[in-house]
Design a protein around this ligand. Sequence first.
Ligand SMILES: C[S@@+](CC[C@H](N)C(=O)[O-])C[C@H]1O[C@@H](n2cnc3c(N)ncnc32)[C@H](O)[C@@H]1O
Length: 175
Amino acid sequence: MKKKSKSYNLCVSVALRFNFMHIVLVEPEIPPNTGNVARLCAATKTTLHLIEPFGFKLDDTQLKRAGMDYWRHVKWHRWPNWKAFEQKLPAHARLWFVESKGPKLYTQAKFSPDDYLVFGRETAGLPKQLLEHNRERWLRIPMFNEKSRSLNLSNCAALVLFEALRQQGFPSEIH
Ligand SMILES: C[S@@+](CC[C@H](N)C(=O)[O-])C[C@H]1O[C@@H](n2cnc3c(N)ncnc32)[C@H](O)[C@@H]1O
């Protein structure tokens, strides 16, 4: 068999290695947030997992407007509940739970290319029990005003995803 060149092998390993991050939105309620995250996923080739129940219909015009025509470029999955999602996770899957008051800053995590970044509901956040069971994977984004309870969900998704991609050296960036 003909030997492949070094650059061919490099391209293949880059393609295999990168662009496999996952974002998980647990019971999202506000269409523009999900739309923004879909647009973020399209731009970064991140897989989006949406866990039901949703606070909107998937054909919501606000949802489409926020994600504009990016939806068709997003690889996304819809799950009826957390259990169904969890059962189908690959054995090696590593989940990070992004929620305020976490013991670790999101910048302290060492992200890998196929990690799952999990975000909670706009009104209630992630279930306390889930966070307590996964304390070592519970990440917070720092806040500096005691009057602020939380940050916007889609801002959080962008911050943490880009930190993960930064740690990987922004692989296969198009510019
Ligand atoms: C609007 S917040 C949830 C509501 C919030 N738990 C509360 O106290 O009302 C929606 C989601 O954004 C993310 N989030 C918001 N602020 C965060 C922070 N400071 N650190 C980490 N995640 C945050 C979490 O995933 C959260 O579940």
